[in-house]
Design a protein around this ligand. Structure first.
Ligand code: AHR
Length: 491
């Protein structure tokens, strides 16, 4: 048992946590869209206009705030006009990035906006800058948002949607330093400036334009980009950072097979995102000290080898208690950076990488990662406050801090979320609270051995359970078992 002291002062404010920090991402990749989210209207699987009802319900339960689509790398080869109109005459294409499979475009703009309306979340489009045209992107915005008479708005009406949709988040390109065109930052910045000029605000809609930011620790991309863009035409830049155990893409290992050392190496790699965000924020602050340009971590999560016997291009992996710890640590870190980080999107929502949900035919299972999002949802729109931890180090050579923690205050309640990253030791937490008078507490725990996962035969191996903390005056005490995530709501 290790003793850890935590101190939280409700007046020690960071910033409001944008609900979008708890966002998600769905790409035309493997079984994320097709079979995962969309099964078509004629499917025996319960659906509304082809969109799985169980998925919509699962997304609603965690208050999924924003969904990014259609990619990823797929976005820069996606031509939206092929995905509207009569389904049987929609043009087919090769999904060159993901397994070379045929994409029949049966899930397109109308289906995506329908999904967002069913879930009640903000749509976030990734526009095609890599292989598209300025006209194509500007016409997409017109098609979606223009209320008057115009070729695109009229075409939308012919395709069954009278009223325009609202579209806030518009990414212009994806990973344009890589799969989105292998561009240099100078070239991308010029292209971004040109493309965004023709993405207009129609009919009261206001676009929030997002430029393609860096990969991981590429601070020079951020520096160059920030020097060439301004808050006049850019509201945020994106960051992609994946957790690869040991940081070695050639030895990722499997989701369910790992040693203790690898477990700790994975957590160490995930915690590194804190340094990465801090350093990108420092660079951004040199160019934009007023913080009017946000940072959006629109791809994050664990990336392992695909499950044995599955298509390598489909990126299907299981999800264990290790992933739950990863999710908890990342979300705590994002909360801490909520003054600059205004959105984050886990990769990806269904059946791809660190999924929220896995499906097989009509079966669906919620992953440990899903449960973390459920336990953390009360942070959404809260005021993040600092947690001061007298931490200890754990981890068979990895030397990582044992406890990850974040806290926020909203509507007279304080939410405190903690992860015990040790897989050996209990943590005896003694947490002082000041500036907030708590008289009652409600707590939930997610804990299991680190290899535990949910599958279709045993969907409830890893599920949240009620947990007891001791609230005495201005102190909350609890013993966190090894490998556990805890959420405490004080009121
Ligand atoms: O999420 C899978 C892929 O990872 C995305 O398509 C791409 O943007 C990133 O490299």
């Amino acid at each position: 048992m290790r003793k850890i002291a935590v101190q939280i002062n409700a007046g020690d404010k960071i910033a409001r946590i944008n609900p979008e920090l708890y966002g998600h991402f769905a790409e035309h990749l493997g079984r994320c869209i097709y079979n995962g989210i969309y099964v078509g209207e004629d499917s025996p699987i319960p659906n509304v206009r082809g969109i799985r009802t169980d998925i919509v319900e699962a997304f609603k339960k965690i208050k999924l705030p924003v969904l990014r689509w259609p990619g990823g790398c797929f976005a820069d080869e996606y031509h939206w006009k092929d995905g509207v109109g009569e389904k049987s005459s929609r043009k087919k294409m090769v999904n060159t990035n993901w397994g070379g499979v045929t994409e029949d475009n049966s899930f397109g703009t109308h289906e995506f906006f329908d999904l967002c309306e069913q879930v009640g979340c903000e749509p976030y489009l990734a526009g095609n800058l890599g292989s598209g045209t300025v006209q194509e992107l500007s016409e997409w915005i017109e098609y979606i948002t223009f209320d008057g008479v115009s070729p695109m708005a009229d075409w939308r009406r012919q395709n069954g949607r009278e009223k325009p949709w609202k579209l806030k988040y518009l990414g212009i390109g994806n990973e344009n330093w890589g799969c989105g065109g292998n561009m240099r930052p100078e070239y991308y910045a010029d292209e971004y400036r040109r493309y965004q000029s023709f993405c207009k605000n129609f009919s009261g809609n206001e676009l929030f334009k997002i430029a393609c930011g860096p990969s991981g620790g590429d601070y020079s991309w951020t520096d160059k980009l920030m020097s060439l863009l301004s808050d006049f035409h850019t509201k945020a830049i994106s960051l992609h950072y994946y957790t690869i155990p040991d940081g070695d893409w050639s030895k990722k290992g499997y989701a369910t097979e790992f040693t203790d050392e690898r477990y700790y190496a994975t957590i160490k790699e995930t915690l590194y995102i804190d340094d990465i965000i801090t350093r990108h924020c420092e660079v951004m602050s040199r160019h934009n000290p007023q913080k009017t340009i946000g940072l959006i971590v629109d791809e994050w999560g664990c990336w392992y080898e695909v499950e044995k016997g599955t298509n390598p291009g489909f990126l299907f992996q299981q999800n264990t208690m290790r992933d739950a710890i990863v999710a908890a640590c990342n979300l705590n870190i994002f909360n801490k950076h909520s003054d600059r980080v205004i959105m984050a999107n886990l990769a990806q929502a269904v059946n791809v990488l660190q999924s929220l949900v896995l499906t097989e035919g009509e079966k669906m299972v919620l992953t440990p990662t899903y449960h973390v999002f459920d336990m953390y949802k009360s942070h959404q729109s809260g005021e993040a406050v600092y947690c001061h931890i007298e931490n200890q180090t754990v981890g068979k050579g990895a030397e990582i801090p044992m406890i990850s923690c974040s806290a926020s205050v909203k509507d007279g309640k304080m939410t405190v979320t903690l992860a015990n990253c040790s897989i050996e030791d209990e943590a005896e937490i003694s947490c002082g609270i000041s500036g907030f008078a708590a008289t009652s507490s409600e707590s939930t725990i997610l804990t299991e051995e680190c290899h535990a996962f949910n599958d279709f035969d045993s969907p409830e191996n890893v599920v949240p359970k009620a947990f007891n903390v001791l609230l005495s005056g201005d102190r909350v005490s609890a013993v966190l078992p090894p490998c556990s995530v805890v959420s405490v709501i004080l009121s």
